[in-house]
Design a protein around this ligand. Structure first.
Ligand SMILES: [Zn+2]
Length: 316
């Protein structure tokens, strides 16, 4: 059996896992990111964790064939060109980690890693093309075509969250207006749920949350399950906008699988079924007999580890 290590650098935690050639995670561990701190210090800790994880789990570190790293930000040729939450600016992460781990390393963007993970071991396993839409604080994405991540010639592609969905709409952090993520991120859902509560004092959302401060991305779903029409409308709008984004992706690429990931994907069919129906009803794909499959992500929190490992396996 061949072993690889996948490293997922998040804003809060750095997760490290040993993955075999079938993408099964053999063991994993994590440390606090404690950002911002120097890239040197973060790399020292990652290399240390890689070694200690193997030691603790009876895996010979000498058997590790490569280390893949998923990092936030814009990555080009192993360099983190820019990552705002890590405060990385032109950090040669690949070279720094190769020096510390003694292994061949590969670095890719975390959203791309998540898409690659779903392609090799999750919702897209066995298919040839997949687009992942990850719904979290923002909306991220990744495109995998015939086993390769498509990130644009400059590394700035697959910014699905910034597809303009409503011209002149809500102001986005990117400076544009009406981007998908201003309507379809968990942040947007929470804000819309709060607004609906304030406008509807009789909504069951008040029973569930007590106060607008307690609203989560799940609150509207919980209230809708209790039959609350206000919450149902919040979700309906959320899915409507998401369907516009997904329909645009499909119109452009016709991938075999569109995978919806992030915390929201835990809603499963409650989210996927109405989304699929709306996408089916929209535009050019109506007349096609072979349609892309819309699926919930299968890997959840491990996608970064598996995708990072898959990136280094692909280069092996
Ligand atoms: Zn934007």
């Amino acid at each position: 059996m061949k072993y690889y290590i996948g490293v997922d650098i998040g804003g809060t935690n750095i997760a490290v896992g040993v993955v075999d050639e079938n993408f099964d995670i053999k063991c994993k561990g994590s440390i606090k990111t404690n950002a911002p701190r120097s890239a040197e210090s973060i790399c020292d800790d990652i290399a240390g964790l890689c070694k200690s994880l193997c030691e603790k789990n009876g895996i010979d570190y000498g058997d590790i064939l490569g280390v893949g790293v998923a990092s936030p930000g814009i990555i080009k040729d192993g360099v983190v060109v820019f990552a705002s939450n890590l405060q990385f600016d032109n950090v040669p992460l690949k070279a720094m980690l190769e020096a510390r781990t003694g292994k061949k390393c590969a670095v890719c963007n975390d959203a791309n890693a998540a898409a690659l993970a779903e392609y090799v071991a999750g919702a897209g396993k066995g298919y040839h093309s997949l687009v992942a839409v990850t719904i979290g604080t923002g909306v991220g994405g990744g495109i995998v075509l015939e086993g390769k991540i498509w990130e644009g010639f400059n590394g700035a592609g697959a910014e699905i969250g910034h597809i303009v969905t409503v011209p002149g709409g809500r102001l986005c952090t990117c400076g544009n207006r009406g981007c998908l993520e201003t309507y379809c991120s968990a942040t947007a859902l929470i804000n819309d749920t709060k607004e609906a509560m304030i406008n509807n004092p009789d909504s069951k959302l008040w029973e569930i949350c007590g106060h607008t401060d307690n609203v989560t991305g799940k609150s509207a779903y919980d209230a809708a399950e209790m039959g609350d029409e206000v919450a149902k409308n919040v979700i309906k709008k959320f899915i409507k906008y998401l369907s516009i984004g997904v329909a645009n992706i499909i119109t452009l690429l016709q991938p075999e699988v569109v995978c919806i990931g992030g915390g929201m994907s835990a809603e499963g069919e409650t989210l996927i079924a109405p989304l699929d129906k709306l996408v089916k009803e929209s535009g050019v794909i109506r007349s096609l007999s072979k349609r892309p499959k819309i699926r919930a992500a299968g890997l959840f929190n491990d996608a970064g580890i598996v995708g990072a490992a898959a990136e280094v396996i692909a280069e092996d």
